[in-house]
Design a protein around this ligand. Structure first.
Ligand code: PGA
Length: 247
């Protein structure tokens, strides 16, 4: 049985007052074994950990190097030292806005693991890739290039996030989601063997909302969601967590 994971990516949203939403969310969770991870902006990591209750806290990025002259960056060890347990890596907004390559992302994932963090590795095709019929090629290449060989079940989560679905309200059909998630599952099994390949959780991300979550969670190889906009308010995110818990 793979864990069910509902992860919220606050992106560059929220000052300290946003932590009230964390308190509210903690009070709305369904209980059971569904894992909830909130990834606030870096300045909120430490106060978020202090107020998180049963919610895990994650960062949205880390540098590949242990330390040094990298103004504005944070290391994986700093993220772990804050009490956070997860880090999102390879999000398309990092790949596009900051020119991160698969090799860059792979190095960051290794750094995250070395610091004891769980990496939430994001993969996703552009609209042009999808229209050109290149989706599985792109996803396969990103998985091969940005997930290091040292992956372990306990510290690896893969999130499929079609770029054209992020923040747009456009959601792939269930068939499209199933196609990619089944492809990812097969690729993981092919690379890491049946036991481990079957145990790594696969999240879907891109315009997940309370009203489409239950349908998305019907897919066998969707083990949860990575949610942006609808994770900012507890009243929007809690129903998504609830839908996952009963899926
Ligand atoms: P969205 O973002 O839910 O706002 O589409 C998802 C993500 O980028 O992780």
């Amino acid at each position: 049985m793979r864990p069910k994971i509902a992860a919220g990516n606050w992106k560059m949203n929220g000052t300290q007052s946003a932590l009230d939403e964390l308190d509210a969310l903690a009070g709305m969770l369904p209980g059971g074994s569904t894992q909830v991870v909130i990834c606030p902006p870096a300045p909120l990591l430490i106060p978020a950990v202090a107020r998180a209750g049963g919610i895990a806290i994650g960062a949205q990025d880390c540098h590949a190097a242990e330390k040094g002259a990298h103004t504005g960056d944070i290391s994986a060890a700093m993220v772990a030292d804050s009490g956070a347990t997860h880090v999102i890596l390879g999000h398309s907004e990092r790949r596009v806005d900051h020119g991160e390559s698969d090799a860059d992302v792979s190095a960051k994932v290794d750094a995250a693991w070395a610091a004891g963090l769980t990496a939430i590795l994001c993969l996703g095709e552009s609209e042009a890739d999808r229209v050109a019929g290149r989706t599985l090629d792109v996803i396969g290449a990103q998985l091969a290039g940005s997930l290091p060989d040292a992956a372990r079940t306990e510290n690896t989560v893969v999130a499929y996030e079609p770029i054209w679905a992020i923040g747009t309200g456009k959601v792939p059909t269930l068939e499209q989601i199933i196609e990619v998630h089944d492809f990812l599952r097969a690729a993981l099994i092919d690379r890491f063997g049946a036991e481990m390949g079957d145990a790594i959780p696969l999240l879907y991300g891109g315009s997940v909302k309370a009203d489409n979550a239950a349908t998305i969670f019907e897919a066998e190889n969707v083990d949860g969601a990575l949610v942006g906009g609808a994770s900012l308010k507890a009243s929007d995110f809690a129903p998504i967590v609830a839908a996952l818990a009963v899926s």
